[in-house]
Design a protein around this ligand. Structure first.
Ligand SMILES: Cc1cc2nc3c(=O)[nH]c(=O)nc-3n(C[C@H](O)[C@H](O)[C@H](O)COP(=O)(O)OP(=O)(O)OC[C@H]3O[C@@H](n4cnc5c(N)ncnc54)[C@H](O)[C@@H]3O)c2cc1C
Length: 401
């Protein structure tokens, strides 16, 4: 499809529902119906079957005609970036029709329940169990670090259905209605003083068999689809908003208090701000290039490059923001209390302090930077793998604490 035709389609959408006069959910539902939600998705499922890079044209045309843009809802990243491609790849036609528009519109928030207290990097070693009971599976166990579980209506869940085979072969993947009896969500408080993530407990939770994605024992394969998309969703985030973080850093630098820094500090910090801006631009452009190269379908292990780079660049950028704020960086606003993240807007200075603390998680969430290096070394560069002594042993025979 050429650019003019795509732009005409966007104008047709805007004629039916204009963001300035339509709430986010209604507008995004319409955007989905017009195939302009994720353009690389197939027709009838929110896309047009064209290159993902053409999504930027959609955004550009909307911005040309509207001061209001209904971006992805902040709590919707997991559902849109990871849930939608997983449902598209492994869901039944009925599941696709029901879930894809609801996730994209923000009607349903989704969470990802993979990590457990003793299975994070080694998620294939997880211990939560599902046992078959007629046309249902009964789940018992615990997940941890489950972002936005407290806001979610649905979750992606990986559990062990067969402990007698090696760990990767005994997993199955479900989508779980979070209102099912026996699901308990408890907040975990972070360094930011928010509770963005949670512990989730399963006590005899019954899941209908039809909510299994893929076949029994194929859970690892399905999980890889989610994880590959996660790395791209996290690593490519800056590309969507034209380096929003570095624009904030530059603004903080321009707004710095006169006389607060010595001439030597001024010179050093100017140098670092420039460097950081360049790093962010390189990340944005590389991410766009990767997007242009990507056709349709799910991303491969190369996505780990962006995730690894994003973690480092982001952490350095917000550390630098604290240096620019100087002594003001030490004070958090009064009344700051433990709370469940509401994704509320903040002042620039407050946002920078928050992001300095939040960015510490960037090298852990979605797989640690060490694991990204392992993936790149082994699966992209073809270097010898990590020793894996438990790979071929039945899961039940692997010693665990
Ligand atoms: C903000 C945030 C949000 C998250 N949200 C979710 C979520 O929504 N859903 C979910 O399922 N999980 C989520 N997680 C969990 C996240 O995926 C795990 O924390 C991560 O995979 C690491 O696992 P772990 O914490 O168990 O650390 P461990 O796996 O115990 O790792 C500890 C340390 O050992 C290193 N290490 C481990 N294995 C190796 C190896 N083979 N080679 C080299 N180094 C190694 C790690 O890099 C790390 O430094 C979230 C985490 C954070 C911080």
């Amino acid at each position: 499809m050429d650019e003019a035709e795509l732009r005409a389609r966007v104008r047709k959408l805007l004629a039916e529902a204009h963001p300035e006069r339509t709430d986010s959910i209604t507008f995004r539902r319409k955007q989905f119906e017009h195939g302009l939600a994720l353009v690389h998705f197939p027709e009838g499922h929110g896309g047009l079957g064209i290159s993902p890079k053409q999504q930027l044209t959609v955004l550009d045309e909307i911005q040309k005609h509207s001061k209001v843009v209904h971006h992805d809802p902040p709590a919707g990243t997991i559902g849109i970036g990871m849930g939608m491609p997983t449902v598209l790849t492994y869901g039944s036609e009925k599941q696709k029709k029901y879930h894809l528009p609801r996730i994209f519109s923000g009607e349903d928030i989704w969470c990802q329940m993979f990590s457990e207290p003793s299975a994070g990097s080694d998620v294939a070693g997880l211990a939560s169990r599902a046992v078959s009971d007629g046309d249902h599976w009964v789940v018992n166990g615990q997940k941890v670090w489950t972002s936005v579980a407290h806001l979610s209506s649905w979750g992606m869940l990986v559990v062990r259905t067969n402990p007698d085979v090696p760990k990767h072969d005994g997993l199955s993947y479900f989508i779980l209605d979070m209102k099912t009896p026996g699901v308990t969500v408890r907040p975990l408080y972070q360094i930011t003083a928010e509770a963005e993530f949670n512990e989730v407990f399963f006590d005899n939770v019954r899941i209908p068999h039809e909510n299994m994605l893929g076949k029994e024992g194929q859970g690892w394969r399905v999980a890889i689809t989610t994880l590959m998309n996660e790395r791209v969703a996290i690593g490519g985030g800056g590309a969507k908003r034209k380096g929003a973080g570095s624009a904030q850093l530059v603004k903080l630098w321009k707004d710095r208090k006169a006389g607060a820094l010595s001439p030597a500090q001024e010179a050093m910090l100017r140098d670092r701000v420039t460097r950081s801006y360049m790093d962010n631009e390189l990340l944005r452009i590389t991410s766009q290039r990767a997007r242009a190269a990507q056709k349709q379908g799910n991303p491969g292990p190369e996505g780990s490059v962006m995730k690894l780079a994003q973690a480092d660049i982001n952490k350095h950028m917000w550390e630098l923001a604290m240096d620019v704020l100087g002594q003001d960086a030490l004070a958090f606003e009064a009344g700051y209390q433990l709370r469940q993240s509401g994704f509320e807007s903040r002042s620039l200075e407050s946002a920078a302090k928050y992001m300095f603390l939040r960015s510490r998680a960037n090298s852990i969430e979605g797989g640690t930077s060490e694991i990204m290096k392992n993936i790149l070394g082994e699966r992209v560069l073809g270097l010898p793998g990590d020793p894996r002594v438990d790979k071929d042993v039945p899961w039940k025979d692997i010693p665990r604490s």
